[in-house]
Design a protein around this ligand. Structure first.
Ligand code: TRP
Ligand code: ZN
Length: 893
């Protein structure tokens, strides 16, 4: 059995005892190996204790080591596991190392690795130590100069951070280039590339007049898929100037796309490296969602230049300092660029689908965890998405202007530093005057809080009272902390509840709180600080319908006993788009849970679907076509909560009953509203040239939502419509929508479509991913076996993360009916992949292992099957720390 990985604690943080001022790297790439010579100008950290110099190194072959020009004798240094220790160093010195590495065999995609078109790096979080010996921690910031050497014909493009300073040819058809980054940075932001790539460039002139060269580098032949990413760079630069007064600080801003990449993209200073998925787009290869994701990821990485790079993290426990804040920034950008309501709704949906389950499962952790075994396991929905919600709450509590002052102060104080989450909160507190001490509990407590809200209406006194109680159930995180002797004091959160009150006509009431002399608007931010708190509204003539937590103002579960009539009222009249949508989701959830109970009781009827709900959806669909209607919002509202989100509502999850209920609801709606869906489908047809922008994309979203309802009808006519949609589609959004529907239909046209799609797109990797994904998500019986068979198809490659995510993760994370199949075959498939992948790429293997997080929520038979696979994984010899931590916590909790 694998060793339990060692735990690292935040409380053990100590400053580095030696600092690096200047790094000079010389990387020479050859077939089968690379040689890295590093010259580190170092000195003792004046504010830290002495002790030996310790450098991190992983999978390096040390060829030489010298200090101040003198080779170190054998007794002067030693290797302790993955640490190079030198006992005696002077106050200031130059350390030189030469190591040999093997990028061609680097399947982890961390450090320097080979991909199809050349060599690329990924250094966050701890990949730099796989390139050279170094104090690989973010609070060591140095200036870097990097020279690359490689074969000129095979790898004509040589890039690193900063500015190009020199280049030339050398013997044997090789060439070299030197790049210099003027900004001190932590090693995790280092990047270099030696590859054969095509490039498109453009210029952006900043407010203060800096002419920035923006370049996008892609696989040869793909320049026709770069326009959108380039436009996104320039939009992001403009937005950050307009909204935060932050300018690009370098003369070169480069994005390099690579097909083998563990995550979305990486913000290396001036040289971002991107998964091709977030760069390449052409109307016939990318969907509207892909286009939007490109905007968001490009913005995210660009925004990191200030929030992450200029001000970075002291240690990896502070990851949310840069990630939560940068996600918040890319979300604000998204809301400004696209429909604000739809953007926010999609975020709330994502939070519920991924972060809430994480926070209720064995890996639950605060946005700043106090311990971890493997840092790569903490690039989570909690650190990113809940982290962004926490920043958003500060924004709501102190207001936009104070938030901007807080950001200015944060940069004034900390530009060029590696800091903590407290430093950020202090800047916000000092700039706003708001006491944020209690607010910091969001950084230390795990789990999703629950707000129980009850209302009372006193007609005689014309008074409406909301009583709010907050609960914060324990998670396995606290148990672990207690076991480790780090018990966490827990207490109520400080959070904003944005509310409005609607009268019987659907009008917003002016809101006057107890103690106020006159109403202050129709929407208020209530500040909750106590475990129990009441808010009293005066001058309320009739009992209102409360619109609570508008815009999803806090990442909590809301318990309010809404009646069906109240929800229908909110669906029709709430001025807040999120809450209009939310009312529909609540209504659907209630109905679906009744359906689940009916199915469990052996009923096969659909009489648990109220006619009122069908009428409400018909009205909703109609609302897209009136003046001011928003088809994109309607498309969101037509989509009931996913099977996974419904599962979170159940004590013991019954995936078959959930699937059955949801399918029955969709089919019933399709039958009852057939004419309306068909009319909308026809009405929304368009022959405009394709643009991914809001208006058009919204109409396509609604049209494709109608199509997917119609596809549920077990009728030749409806199926012909789907096939026609597939055949006539003029863009990938429509093609993909039709293919996704066809993948779940047991008709000959399914195979015809899948085959023709594959033969058309077999050479376009990202499109092949879509082909794998639709099959992984199929509802048809036999899907688990199909996924297993696809793993041996030439289109699949287990070493490519995008392929694994498209086929295996889609299946495990988004096809609950089959993943949780009662025969245990889904679990066995996942375990097989994890075991096969772990020795090659532990980060990706570990992400698949997270699919077992919720195993204890299922019935005893499924629990036994899942446990069997978890135990089987744990029993493997030499498991990575990544998988060992995830599987260990799953079994332990
Ligand atoms: N900092 C990157 C981002 O959020 C995340 C990232 C990219 C990453 N590649 C990684 C994290 C590899 C860990 C490992 O944009
Ligand atoms: Zn990020």
């Amino acid at each position: 059995m694998a060793d339990t990985p060692a735990t690292i604690y935040l409380k053990d943080y100590t400053p580095p005892n030696c600092l690096v001022d200047q790094v000079t790297l010389d990387i020479s790439i050859h077939a089968g190996f690379a040689r890295v010579a590093a010259r580190l100008a170092m000195r003792r950290n004046p504010v830290s204790a002495g002790g030996p110099l310790k450098l991190d190194g992983e999978d390096l072959q040390l060829e030489s080591l010298s200090l101040d020009g003198q080779p170190l004798t054998a007794s002067a240094w030693r290797l302790e596991g993955e640490t190079l220790v030198i006992d005696e160093v002077p106050d200031a010195f130059v350390l030189e190392t030469v190591v040999r590495i093997d990028p061609d065999q680097n399947t982890q995609l961390s450090g320097l690795y080979r991909s199809k078109d050349g060599y690329f790096t990924q250094c966050e979080a701890q990949g730099f130590r796989r390139i050279t010996y170094y104090p690989d921690r973010p609070d060591v910031m140095a200036k870097f100069v990097c020279t690359l050497h490689a074969d000129k014909a095979s790898f004509p493009v040589l890039l690193a951070n900063g500015n190009p300073v020199a280049q030339g040819d050398e013997d044997n058809g090789r060439h070299w280039a030197t790049w210099e980054d003027p900004f001190a940075k932590p090693a995790y932001l280092f990047a270099c590339v030696a590859a054969k790539l095509d490039m498109v460039e453009d210029y952006y002139v900043t407010t203060s007049g800096r002419r920035v060269r923006c370049a996008v580098y892609v696989e040869p032949g793909k320049l026709d898929q770069c326009d959108h990413a380039m436009a996104a760079i320039k939009k992001s630069m403009k937005w950050d100037e307009d909204v935060f007064g932050l300018e690009m600080d370098l003369d070169h801003y480069m994005i390099v796309a690579v097909g083998d990449f563990n995550m979305g993209a990486m913000e290396n200073k001036g040289l971002n490296i991107f998964n091709t998925k977030y760069v390449l787009a052409r109307p016939d290869t990318a969907t509207d969602t892909d286009y939007q994701n490109i905007d968001r990821v490009v913005a995210h990485e660009y925004f990191h230049n200030w929030t992450g790079n200029r001000v970075t993290c002291r240690d990896w426990f502070q990851l949310s300092l840069k990630e939560g804040l940068t996600v918040f920034r890319d979300q604000q950008f998204g809301m400004d660029m696209h429909s604000a309501g739809v953007t926010r709704i999609q975020e709330v949906r994502g939070l519920r689908a991924a972060q809430f389950p994480e926070d209720a499962g064995p890996m639950a952790h605060p946005i700043r965890p106090a311990s971890y075994a493997e840092i790569n396991n903490f690039y989570t929905a909690t650190v990113y998405e809940k982290g962004a919600e926490v920043i958003r709450m500060i924004h709501t509590l102190i207001g936009k202007q104070a938030f901007r002052r807080g950001m200015d102060l944060y940069f004034q104080r900390h530009d060029g530093q590696a800091v903590t989450c407290e430093d950020f909160i202090s800047a916000m507190q000092d700039a706003s005057g708001k006491d944020l001490a209690q607010f910091q509990r969001w950084y230390n407590q795990a789990g999703t809080p629950k707000l129980v809200v009850r209302s009372q209406f006193d007609a005689a006194a014309r008074r409406y009272t909301l009583e709010v109680t907050q609960q914060f159930p324990a998670t396995p995180y606290e148990e672990r902390m207690t076991k480790d002797g780090l018990p966490q004091a827990r207490g109520p959160y400080h959070l904003p509840i944005v509310i409005g009150l609607l009268d019987g006509e659907g009008r917003e009431l002016p809101l006057r709180l107890e103690g106020e002399t006159s109403p202050v608007g129709t929407q208020r931010v209530l500040e909750l600080r106590e475990a129990q708190q009441r808010f009293v509204f005066e001058d309320v003539a009739t009992e209102p319908v409360p619109s609570l937590l508008r815009g999803f103002s806090a990442p909590v579960l809301l318990d309010y006993p809404y009646s069906t009539a109240q929800l229908t009222h909110l669906m029709a009249y709430d001025t807040d788009a999120v809450n209009r949508w939310e009312a529909g989701q609540r209504l659907a959830t209630g109905i679906l849970l009744e359906g689940v109970a009916a199915i469990q009781a052996g009923k096969t009827t659909n009489d648990w679907i109220p006619q009122d709900y069908i009428t409400a959806l018909a009205r909703l669909l109609g609302s897209a076509f009136v003046e001011g209607g928003d088809p994109a919002l309607v498309a969101e509202a037509l989509n009931p909560p996913s099977e996974n989100v419904l599962a979170e509502q159940m004590e013991v999850v019954d995936p078959d009953a959930i699937h059955g209920a949801r399918m029955t609801l969709l089919r019933t709606l399709a039958r009852e509203l057939r004419e309306a869906f068909l009319a909308a489908y026809l009405e929304l047809a368009s022959d405009e040239p394709y643009s991914p922008e809001g208006e058009q994309a919204g109409r396509r979203a609604l049209r494709n939502a109608c199509l997917s309802y119609l596809a549920q009808l077990d009728e030749a006519g409806a199926q012909a419509l789907v096939v026609g949609h597939f055949e006539q589609a003029g863009n990938m959004t429509d093609t993909f929508a039709a293919l996704a529907s066809l993948a779940s239909l047991d008709i000959p046209a399914r195979h015809v479509a899948l085959d023709s799609f594959y033969s058309k797109w077999r050479d376009e990797a990202l499109v092949v991913d879509k082909w794998l994904q639709v099959q992984a998500l199929s509802r048809l019986p036999g899907t688990t076996a199909d996924v297993r068979a696809l793993m041996t198809h030439p289109a699949f490659d287990i070493r490519n993360p995008n392929k694994v995510y498209a086929l295996v993760r889609a299946f495990c994370a988004a096809n609950p009916k089959h993943f949780h199949g009662a025969d245990g075959e889904g679990y066995r498939l996942a375990a097989d992949v994890i075991l096969q992948l772990d020795p090659m790429n532990p980060q990706v293997a570990s992400r698949i292992a997270r699919c077992f997080d919720r195993w204890r929520k299922f019935d005893p038979a499924r629990q036994a099957l899942a446990r069997q696979q978890l135990e089987r994984i744990r029993a493997a010899s030499s498991l990575s720390a990544d998988v060992a931590e995830v599987v260990g916590k799953a079994l332990e909790a």
